[in-house]
Design a protein around this ligand. Structure first.
Ligand code: NCD
Length: 340
C-alpha cells in the first residue's frame, strides 16, 4: 500500500481487501466494553478541515481516539487561513509540531496531493474529500457496507460471491458532476469487481464520463429493478454557479427516490446515502427512515474504515486488535482518567 491515501484509484484490489478485512477487526472493538486500542499511542494526527463536514470529521476523530492517537483539530474558520495563510505555511507549522498523519478536507481538488507530493511535510496524508475530485474513505466505507449487507445474499440465496463485490450491481444517482463520492466509488467498486451504473440528468454528468469504468443511464425507473444497491447523492448547490435543471420539483420527479420507486428494487437491494441528505429532494423521509436505507450504518462503518486506514498507514507492526495482556489494566482506562 502507498504511504498516503489520496485517491481510491490508487488502491489495488489487494490493498482494498486488506483495508476492508482490517476494518472488520476494528468493528469488533466497538463491541467491547472499552472501545479503545493502544495501537497509535504517542502518535499525533491532525484533522485539517478547510471545508464543512459533520460525519467525516467526527468519524475520523472517533477513529483516531479509539486507536489512542493524540488528536489535533484544525478548522480554517478561526485560524490564520482566514487571514490569507497558504497551505504551504499551514503545512510547515504542522511539520514543526511533528505530526505523524494529516487528515485533510479542502475545497480545491488536488490539495491533498499537493500536500503529499510537496515535501513540505513528512506525515502520511489522508484525503477526507478534495473539491469534486476524491473521497477515498467514503468509497471504502460504502464498499464495507455493501460487502456486509450483500455478499452471500444473492437473489437465489446461494453464496456465489467472493470477498470482493464481484458482480454486484450498484446504481449511483444524482449530482455526479460535483460528486467526489461518485468518482471514488466508481474507481473502488470497479477495482472490487462490481458493476456500476450512473443515473443523472445529462447536465449533471461530467465531460468524459463515457471513459469511466461504468454504465450511464438517464432512466432511473429502468435501472432500479437491476440494482443490488442504489446510492442517492445530494445536489451540491454550493459547487454550482448555474442552473443545472429546471426546478427542484422536476428533479425530484425524475431522479428522487420515493417509496413507489423503492418498491421497484429487488427485495434484497439496499438504499445508500453518504449524507447529508436533503429529505424531500433526492430522497423522501419515508425511504430515508426505512430499514432498507443504510445511511446510519454507513456512519458507524466509517469509524471502522478510518481506524483501519490509520492503522495501516501509520504502520502498526503488531496485530491490530491484540487484546491487553490478562490482568493488566487497559491503557484506555488510565488515559481517559488523565483526560478528565
Ligand atoms: C459528502 C461529501 O462531503 O463529499 N458527504 C460526506 O462526506 N459524507 C457528500 C455531500 O456533501 O453531499
Amino acid at each position: 500500500m502507498k504511504r498516503h491515501l489520496i485517491s481510491a484509484a490508487d488502491l489495488t484490489r489487494d490493498d482494498a481487501v486488506l483495508i476492508l478485512d482490517t476494518a472488520e477487526e476494528m468493528a469488533r472493538v466497538a463491541d467491547r466494553p472499552i472501545k479503545k486500542l493502544p495501537t497509535l499511542r504517542g502518535r499525533t494526527v491532525v484533522n485539517l478541515f478547510f471545508e464543512d463536514s459533520t460525519r467525516t470529521r467526527i468519524s475520523f476523530e472517533a477513529a483516531e481516539k479509539r486507536l489512542s492517537a493524540d488528536v489535533i483539530n484544525f478548522s480554517a474558520k478561526g485560524s490564520s487561513v482566514s487571514k490569507g495563510e497558504s497551505l504551504k505555511d499551514t503545512a510547515q507549522t504542522l511539520e514543526a509540531m511533528g505530526v505523524d498523519a494529516v487528515v485533510i478536507r479542502h475545497p480545491a481538488s488536488g490539495a491533498p496531493h499537493r500536500l503529499a507530493a510537496s515535501g513540505w511535510i513528512d506525515a502520511a496524508v489522508i484525503n477526507a474529500g478534495d473539491g469534486t475530485h476524491q473521497h477515498p474513505t467514503q468509497a471504502l466505507l460504502d464498499a464495507f457496507t455493501l460487502r456486509r449487507r450483500l455478499v452471500g445474499r444473492g437473489d437465489d440465496g446461494t453464496e456465489t460471491l467472493g470477498r470482493d463485490l464481484a458482480g454486484q450491481r450498484v446504481t449511483v444517482v444524482g449530482d455526479i458532476l460535483h460528486s467526489r463520492v461518485a468518482r471514488s466509488n466508481v474507481d473502488l467498486l470497479h477495482t472490487l469487481g462490481a458493476r456500476v451504473t450512473l443515473v443523472a440528468p445529462p447536465t449533471l454528468l461530467p465531460v468524459g464520463v463515457e471513459h469511466w469504468p461504468c454504465e450511464v443511464s438517464y432512466d432511473l425507473d429502468a435501472v432500479l429493478p437491476k440494482s443490488d444497491a442504489v446510492m442517492m447523492l445530494r445536489v451540491q448547490r454550493e459547487r454550482m454557479s448555474a442552473a443545472f435543471f429546471p426546478t427542484e420539483r422536476e428533479y425530484t420527479r425524475r431522479y428522487g427516490l420515493d417509496a413507489n420507486r423503492m418498491a421497484k428494487m429487488p427485495v434484497h437491494a439496499i438504499v445508500m446515502h453518504p449524507g447529508p441528505m436533503v429529505r424531500g429532494m433526492e430522497i423522501t423521509a419515508e425511504v430515508a427512515d426505512s430499514d432498507r436505507c443504510t445511511v446510519v450504518e454507513q456512519v458507524t462503518n466509517g469509524v471502522s474504515i478510518r481506524m483501519a486506514v490509520l492503522y495501516l498507514l501509520l504502520g502498526g507492526n503488531e496485530p491490530a486488535t491484540t487484546p491487553h495482556p490478562s490482568g493488566e489494566r487497559p491503557a484506555a482506562t488510565t488515559e481517559s482518567a488523565e483526560e478528565k
